[in-house]
Design a protein around this ligand. Sequence first.
Ligand SMILES: Cc1ncc(COP(=O)(O)O)c(C=O)c1O
Length: 435
Amino acid sequence: MGKGQDLYKKAKTLIPGGTMLLSKRPEMFLPDHWPSYFSKAKGCKVWDLDGNELLDMSIMGIGTNTLGYGNDEVDAAVMETVKKGNMSSLNCPEEVYLSEKLIEINPWADMVRFARTGGEANAIAIRIARAASEKDNVAICGYHGWHDWYLSANHNGDDDLSGHLIPGLSPKGVPKNLKNSVFPFHYNNFQELLDIVEKNDIGVIKMEVLRNFGPEDNFLQKVRDLATKKNIVLIFDECSSGFRETFGGIFKKFNVEPDIAMFGKTLGNGYALTAVVGRKSVMEAAQSTFISSTFWTERIGPAAALATLKVMEREKSWETITETGTKMQRGWLKLAEANHLNISVSGLSAMTTYSFNSPNAAAYKTFITQEMLKKSFLASTHFYASTKHTDAHLESYFNALETVYKTIHKCESGSLNIHDLLDGPVCHSGFKRLN
Ligand SMILES: Cc1ncc(COP(=O)(O)O)c(C=O)c1O
């Protein structure tokens, strides 16, 4: 156990939940042994508090850095901003330039609001859409952040978010008055959405366009047509999927346009900036309701996003990361087949995951993290690709993983017991989503 685990023990006494983000809890990877904190990050490498250099073949800042950590061009724009001043009594012009750029990328849209987190962007979009539709009720599909409006779905009675977020999540602290205002529907289940819309006077439909599996039976177009017919505001949450398969929303691939789309995560390549982009007819409603926050006006976010978009557009980063992610998916499947292991791979290529079809799946995942860490890799069963991941990185990763898979095969065939091989407890389970 290194300095990171020592500090994390202290953190748990000072910070309820240990960290600000569930997905970065050390227990999600390797309880008692995950390095937990970084001292430095560059490209796709991370240095822990003991000075160990680790190759990040895991969540890459949970998808924030498709251009790699500390991208030189993005950092240069940020440094320049720091030199000139990040805050003042006046507004930063970059927010206007960035709005123009986002409208250029999204010609169907006319107006933009900015925030700094995905959850905030989602809350803003919901407020605007409710104001525009003059209706309270919302149908949702996917993960949309931690705010009251979203978690209130679990007051409806049936652990409604279990397929979208985490099973058994308590909506404690969320006013019960919000009960029956948010109605989850399952991805690709158009009939379910139709029933919800018929029964609940829905004014807003919000969904992730694609998470684990693609649309079937013209699902997205059917949702669009339903929204148009019923005068419902359609919102696509592209906080995670945006800029991973196209220069913008993944909805571009399916020729279906929303009324509002949110972008986040990788838009600032690690610097906080999220955007709510929408049609004027809907966005104008923001003028009739109070949506306002001090730090939405700081300058680093939009300066970083402008630089990020410039690099992404020039390098066509979405093509590179999709290719790298596809190689990763193929590599997992090939290694599993060679070792007679049964795995299921899902997700966008550039933001992909797999699981073992075995009762010992969580223990195997923990074992992979444990053994790969010993070989200087940050690895789990998730992979977020960046343009800094090379074929050589993939090759060294798969060479290391091969030995681990061989051991897992021995566990599956009964000659070894996985629980005898773990140095600590099994990892906690992560977000589970239906789509
Ligand atoms: C689709 C989607 N929406 C919203 C969020 C929430 O964003 P944040 O964690 O920045 O609040 C996430 C985060 O994973 C997401 O994937």
